[in-house]
Design a protein around this ligand. Structure first.
Ligand SMILES: Cc1ncc(COP(=O)(O)O)c(C=O)c1O
Length: 384
């Protein structure tokens, strides 16, 4: 009999740099008395990101949602945008705030990303863009999507909120499509407490994005567009700058955790893991997803989620429900039956993964999942 964990094990915990390090950075901020509005620390952080992405075409924000909203506005996206319902609500909200109609299409079953064939089938004369999501950091079918976008003259925008640090071949995932948005929210692998980043191909967009995030100010006297306030402050930038140094180490630790989950769960009947990613993808191990097949496992995903809570393990049913099933989007007509997305949303569970999660804890979580299934098997055998 395995005892519940004494302290709750959450699905994620933010990485924090050593307190003394952050405190030293705060001293600099206190000395500068410069808290926001493109301060010296934000400038240093910006340079780090330029080097990391090997691009000057970037703009930093106070969160990913506003970054995406501003991206759509600055690029002049309108009409209809084809997108996925299997994501976090902010993807769709960013469309809604720009008065753009989301057209939901299905995902592909292996990595839950938007299905390029379904995208092509949903194009109408009003379609202006594709908004795809590298959900859990699993890369979309970037070549097929680029092909559809090119043939139909559509913008290709990626919500890469989960994909910081992911590469395809030798290139960062940021360099596929017209633009990518990364979230630096505290729940993400790499964070700035709250924060967001746009990386884009067209250099001319930078000025527009920079105006839009700063009330549209061009200089002290000129306001050239009705912008909003989406600037990153110095304390956020400081966090980013300091965590940046640990990026590789954080990814490696998570890779070890992923590997351990795979080792213990891959042969368990009714638990399905994603197929191993192609060798040209270097993934960030941001999330640990499993699918629970109720018939094979003997217990539904929701029941497993509840049972794990009894052991003080708090998993999440990301992404369930589908966005189109939320009250605020239910009135949008969806032509696609979304068969794969519905199936995935009913089975998906994300397990704890974060820097500082001990491998022995991962092993115990896996043993608990095994035991829960064993108990089901024993109960069934006992009854027959
Ligand atoms: C897929 C996705 N898109 C957008 C966002 C919004 O980012 P932020 O929280 O930085 O506003 C998030 C998450 O937090 C997300 O998971």
């Amino acid at each position: 009999m395995i005892k519940p964990f004494e302290k709750p094990i959450y699905v994620t915990r933010p990485f924090l740099p050593p307190l003394e390090e952050y405190a030293r950075g705060l001293e600099e901020i206190w000395e500068n008395k410069w808290l926001t509005n493109n301060g010296p620390i934000l400038k240093r952080f910006t340079q780090e990101l330029r080097n990391f992405f090997e691009s000057d075409n970037l703009s930093i924000f106070n969160n990913g949602t506003l970054a995406l909203q501003i991206a759509l506005q600055g690029m002049g996206i309108s009409g209809e945008v084809i997108t996925t319902p299997f994501t976090f609500v902010a993807t769709t909200h960013a469309l809604f705030w720009n008065k753009i109609r989301p057209v939901f299409v299905d995902i592909e079953p292996d990595y839950y990303t938007i299905d390029p064939d379904k995208v092509e089938a949903a194009i109408t004369p009003w379609t202006t863009a594709i908004l795809a999501v590298h959900v859990y950091g699993y890369p979309c079918k970037v070549n097929a999507l680029a092909d559809v976008a090119r043939r139909h003259n559509l913008k290709l925008i990626y919500d890469a909120a989960h994909a910081f640090g992911v590469n395809i071949g030798a290139r960062s995932i940021a360099h596929f499509g017209d633009l990518s948005m990364f979230s630096f929210h505290a729940t993400k692998l790499f964070h700035t407490l709250e924060g967001g980043l746009l990386i884009f191909e067209e250099a001319g967009l930078k000025e527009t994005f920079d105006y839009l995030k700063n009330f549209g100010f061009k200089n002290e006297l000129e306001v050239v567009m009705p912008g909003t306030n989406a600037k990153m402050n110095e304390m956020q930038a400081l966090m980013g700058l300091q965590i940046f140094k640990y990026l590789e180490e954080m990814i490696q630790k998570r890779a070890n955790i992923s590997e351990m989950y795979r080792h213990f769960l891959e042969d368990l009947p009714g638990i399905h893991l994603i197929p191993v990613l192609s060798p040209d993808i270097s993934w960030n191990h941001g999330y640990m997803t499993i699918e629970v097949d109720e018939k094979e496992f003997g217990m539904s995903r929701d029941k497993l989620y509840e049972e794990l809570k009894k052991y003080n393990i708090f998993t999440r049913r990301y992404f369930y429900p589908l966005i189109c099933d939320y009250a605020c989007y239910r009135n949008i007509a969806v032509k696609d039956p979304l068969t794969v997305a519905r199936h995935a949303a009913s089975r998906i569970l994300t397990l704890p993964i974060y820097d500082g999660l001990e491998l022995s804890t991962v092993e115990t979580i896996c043993k608990i999942i095994h035991n829960l299934q064993q108990n089901v098997v024993l109960r069934v055998v006992g009854k027959s």
